[in-house]
Write a protein that binds this ligand. Structure first.
Ligand code: SF4
Length: 1016
């Protein structure tokens, strides 16, 4: 039993039935003190632990409520300071000391902290003498801010913690309290600000009892503490256990020799995660009941996260005094995604995560029968190609519905009734989804993150979201939901500021990230996790103090960024200096270590695994080492030797899970055992080994089983030009895309400079050219720049507006820029067509075909496609043209087939001839080519005379051989790799291309590809 508990038990015994008030740092500590008294067999009837704020509230709470004054919390306080700062023109005037502070992350938060600290020490604005500051302007600005803050509170009927304590002091001073407890006590190690100390003194009067704590040798009692230990420090006496040496941590020369009973242990580990795992291994190995274990953190991050994740995955029950990050709960994580979604202009990716991660409750989609699963909604969002932008959701979802219905019609026409019903079903389910999105968007009051909105609007929307859309499953989720609603409610009440919506969301995300939930007192059957500033009261006998690296404890000696030490000294009033804070931390730690029962293990991480650098132990650990080793002069190198090998990913005898067990096996388990347990790993290794060989195998794209199946000369197999060209570019990519039908998951990114995707723009322009030329053909007219430009533009603008409604642009700039480009394209198109149509007659437009193309002697194959234009140039002589709306990059005037990568002109020529001959038996396509009417294509026409038919048949024969034999090697040059979606599968151009080249030289199966590449 430590001195605090001993002293309290004496008082409880002496004043058994009197009301006894005890000031404690938190109600959790008060609870633990009560438990410790009970465990030690002492009654504590009528002992009432309270915090200073709790006591003050008890004194003045009713009066404040009667006067309509509301207490604000620390979040609201910060918001008010920020708002006052932003609103005050003088504070933001160029030249003012803090001008521009709101642009620097964290500075306003520090300012908020300084204002609070000044008030807790009893400073009034007039106490801030500018001459006390190194730069007087800083003092003036702080005085102005403090005065503005106080005025804001008064005008808005608010009170902060300092105001509350001050009000309570006034009540006591004026003697307005009718009844007060006979015994008032305060823990001697309770750090109190100036006004808190005053209140406690007023509450206790001359009879205030300061409850002592275990003597701490070699350290001064910190100035904010209520008192030094009650009794003097006794002379050292022989110790019975090493844990009794810890009071000598800061006075090692006085320490008795060690007993070496292992009651104090040290270890180090490779990374924080292994440190936590080692603690759990030791707990499990020792068989200690979990409710006799306390893990004390020197820093919350990353240890609280790690402990929560690891104990949860191992199903080890644990309580966390500080709670767990709220982002571990569905409402917490869901709200973060919801805010990110808004702040980044509604990209579908965040919404997909909200649905895919199960954070949303979709119960509000009324028709239960037609309610899609969240995963299905996520995939619908992907399919709809929304990308971003609030205004794009509904049109894109409607377009998706239309496409489902078109698919249904098509399937019905093809006699596939089941599939037709499937698509109709999807279409009908989309109605509920659209309704759901409408409701979701109703929670958001702005259309874009750059729009100004009030903070209240954002908070209210976030509350509606958490309340109406977030899934809650379990106690922690319910607690998180309640905590978020409380926080948002109170934050929303004290602000009327207006800011760009995206900035408000981003700040709110930070606030949510800082929130924790589920803080708990120690519970039976659970290990307890606490922080070093509040440990030592649970009475648990097995303690682990973790995170004792140099940066972790006591941390660097840093000055406050707003109030420097010199300024604090000048201002007086007991403001803490940087050294005082460190003294407080050291003393708190030393005091708690001095009174531990049982045994303690201290540890640190000796390696930062993310940055791969060494980390060093805290001086405290060196001090403990000196005590327990008896080597009073020992240094860090001795400590390192003493610690031995750090704990890593493997354990000695107590693996925590299966992979720890596997890693710990030293003999008899090697590659073959790993392969036996993980067959995918085996397959992957085998695949890599095969790919490195000279011969081609199924791991390089030789699909023996497909031999003959994909032969284009078989009935039922049809091809398009683009497919054949992609086969020629890279057979392996062709196999992945067109045979296995693997498509990359694409996330559309918001493009501020672009409205339409290149393919979409191409579709729009093709539609415009077609409508325009069709009108002329019908009238028997020829294109004229002067006569027809307006009509062409009108057709285009009608299409542009229609597309805009379906795919809203990211912004005006992107839209105007693209529109400008479209208008320029029209001009290039019309000028060129005017000249061209003087010698050629546009005859057929957009002919979709499905033709059997004969290959000389051999059977033919079925080719599908759509020809943009067929023009008559002379009797029986025709030209075939394809509009290319991008740049002409990759197209060359010289050559004919370009390694079979440009076949369209030749194949469309063949197909057009077949179609034309149905009416004109002597029809002959004499030329075929590509027209680039965009500004990037500069109106270029690349013409290919159609005279090399034999060459085309040979090229097709070689391409078909690849398909027939099932040989799909990767490309032998890097040209196609630049815009390939499958680099992650083939290994990328630097791996796949050299391998393929090597095999080309050695393996005859690759001969067809070699020939394909030789068709220039
Ligand atoms: S990256 Fe190159 S080699 Fe690999 S699949 Fe794509 S095109 Fe073929």
């Amino acid at each position: 039993m430590n001195k605090t508990i001993r002293d309290l038990s004496d008082i409880c015994k002496e004043h058994r039935f009197d009301e006894k008030l005890l000031f404690v740092p938190s109600y959790a500590v008060g609870h633990q003190i009560g438990e410790s008294l009970a465990r030690a067999g002492h009654a504590w009837i009528n002992l009432r632990p309270t915090t200073v704020s709790g006591y003050a509230q008890g004194l003045v709470g009713i009066d404040l409520a009667r006067d309509g004054i509301r207490l604000i919390d620390s979040r609201e306080r910060l918001m008010i300071v920020e708002e006052i700062f932003r609103r005050d023109k003088e504070l933001n005037r160029p030249g003012s000391y803090f001008a521009g502070a709101d642009e620097i992350p964290g500075i306003l938060k520090c300012l908020g902290g300084s204002i609070h600290e000044l008030r807790m020490e009893g400073f009034e604005p007039e106490d801030l003498d500018p001459s006390c500051f190194i730069v007087p302007g800083k003092g003036e600005a702080l005085r102005r801010l403090l005065s503005g803050y106080e005025k804001f509170l008064t005008e808005n009927g608010l009170i902060d913690r300092a105001g509350l304590i001050d009000a309570a002091r006034r009540v006591l001073k004026e003697g307005k309290v009718t009844s007060s407890p006979r015994i008032v006590m305060v823990l001697s190690d309770l750090p109190l600000s100036g006004i808190e100390k005053d209140l406690v003194r007023l509450a206790g009067g001359d009879d205030l009892i300061v409850i002592g704590h275990e003597p701490v040798r070699g350290l001064r009692c910190p100035k904010r503490f209520s008192g030094a230990p009650g009794t003097g420090i006794s002379k050292p006496r022989p110790v019975r256990s090493d844990i009794e040496l810890l009071p000598f941590l800061f006075e090692p020369e006085e320490a008795p020799p060690p007993v070496k009973d292992n009651s104090v242990s040290l270890f180090h580990a490779l990374g924080e995660s292994n440190e936590v795992r080692e603690v759990l291994r030791r707990v499990l190995a020792s068989g200690t009941p979990l409710d006799d274990v306390e893990i004390v953190l020197t820093k919350s991050e990353p240890y609280a996260h790690l402990l929560y994740e690891i104990t949860r995955s191992l199903e080890v029950p644990a309580t966390f005094s500080g709670g767990v990050p709220i982002t571990y709960t569905r409402p917490g994580k869901g709200l973060i995604l919801y805010l990110q979604w808004q702040s980044e202009d509604f990209p579908e990716k965040h919404l997909m995560r909200l649905f895919g991660g199960g954070y949303l409750d979709i119960g509000s989609i009324e028709d239960k029968e037609k309610r899609p699963s969240p995963a299905r909604i996520a995939s619908m969002l992907r399919e709809a190609g929304i990308g971003w932008g609030r205004d794009r959701y509904e049109p894109r979802l409607n377009a998706l519905k239309a496409s489902y219905l078109t698919m249904a019609e098509q399937k019905r026409r093809d006699g596939e009734e089941e599939k037709a019903l499937f698509f109709e079903e999807l279409a009908s389910r989309l109605d509920g989804v659209v309704q759901y999105f409408r409701k979701l968007f109703d929670t958001i009051s702005f259309r874009s993150p750059v729009e100004n909105t009030t903070l209240q609007n954002v908070y209210r929307g976030a509350m509606d979201f958490v309340d109406g859309f977030c899934r809650v499953a379990g106690e922690l989720d319910a607690a998180a939901r309640g905590a978020i609603l409380d926080a948002l409610g109170s934050m929303g009440r004290s602000t009327s500021a207006t800011e760009p919506a995206g900035d408000v969301c981003a700040r709110l995300i930070k606030t949510i990230h800082e929130m924790t939930v589920g803080g708990s007192n120690p519970k039976p059957g659970h290990m307890h996790v606490s922080h070093y500033r509040s440990f030592g009261y649970t009475g648990r006998r097995n303690l682990f103090l973790i995170g004792l690296d140099q940066a972790g404890f006591p941390g660097p000696l840093l000055q406050d960024p707003i109030l420097l030490d010199r300024e604090r000294q000048n201002l007086g009033h007991g403001l803490l200096l940087s050294g005082d804070r460190m003294d407080e931390d050291l003393y708190t730690m030393a005091k708690a270590l001095s009174s531990l029962p049982g045994c303690v293990t201290l540890s640190f991480s000796c390696r930062d695994l993310r940055e791969d650098r060494e980390m060093f132990p805290s001086a405290l650990l060196l001090g403990v080492y000196r005590l327990i080793s008896g080597k009073r002069e020992g240094d860090y190198s001795d400590l390192k030797k003493y610690l031995g090998k750090p704990s890593g990913f493997t354990s000695g005898s107590t693996p925590l899970n299966d992979w720890e067990w596997w890693l710990a096996q030293k003999e008899g388990y090697g590659r073959s055992s790993v392969f036996a347990a993980y067959p995918d790993l085996k397959s992957g290794t085998l695949a890599e080994e095969e790919r490195d060989k000279e011969a081609m195998s199924e791991y390089d794209g030789w699909i023996r089983s497909s031999e003959g199946i994909l032969d284009p000369l078989r009935e039922g197999v049809d091809l398009s030009c683009s497919r054949l060209e992609s086969l020629a570019k890279c057979p392996f990519a062709y196999f992945i895309h067109h045979v296995l039908n693997v498509e990359p998951l694409e996330e559309m990114e918001k493009e501020m400079l672009r409205w339409l995707e290149p393919l979409q723009k191409g579709e729009l322009l093709h539609e415009v050219f077609h409508r325009f030329m069709a009108e002329l053909v019908e009238k028997g007219d020829r294109p004229s720049y002067k006569k027809h430009l307006k009509r062409l533009q009108a057709i285009a603008m009608e299409a542009v507006e229609r597309w805009k409604a379906e795919i809203p642009p990211a912004g005006d700039f992107a839209f105007e820029r693209e529109k400008e480009e479209i208008l320029l394209t029209l001009e290039i198109f019309l000028k060129d067509e005017e000249e061209r149509c003087k010698e050629a007659e546009p005859l057929h437009l957009e002919i979709s075909f499905d033709e059997k193309i004969g290959l000389g002697e051999k059977k033919g194959f079925t080719l599908r496609g759509r020809i943009d234009r067929v023009d008559r140039v002379r009797e029986h002589e025709y030209e075939v043209w394809d509009y290319k709306t991008g740049s002409s990059y990759g197209f060359r005037e010289e050559g004919y087939l370009d390694k079979c990568r440009h076949l369209q002109h030749a194949l469309y020529g063949l197909a057009a001839e077949l179609i034309l001959r149905r009416k004109d038996k002597k029809a002959r396509v004499v030329r075929s080519g590509y027209f680039f009417p965009s500004p990037k294509g500069e109106g270029l026409r690349i013409v290919k005379p159609q005279v090399e038919r034999e060459k085309v048949y040979r090229a097709l024969g070689d391409l078909f051989e690849l398909l027939r034999t099932g040989v799909f090697p990767a490309s032998c040059d890097k040209d196609p790799c630049g815009i390939c979606d499958y680099t992650v599968i083939c290994g990328g151009k630097d791996i796949a291309v050299p391998r393929s080249k090597r095999k080309l030289e050695k393996d005859r199966k690759m001969a067809a590809l070699e020939r394909v590449m030789n068709h220039a």
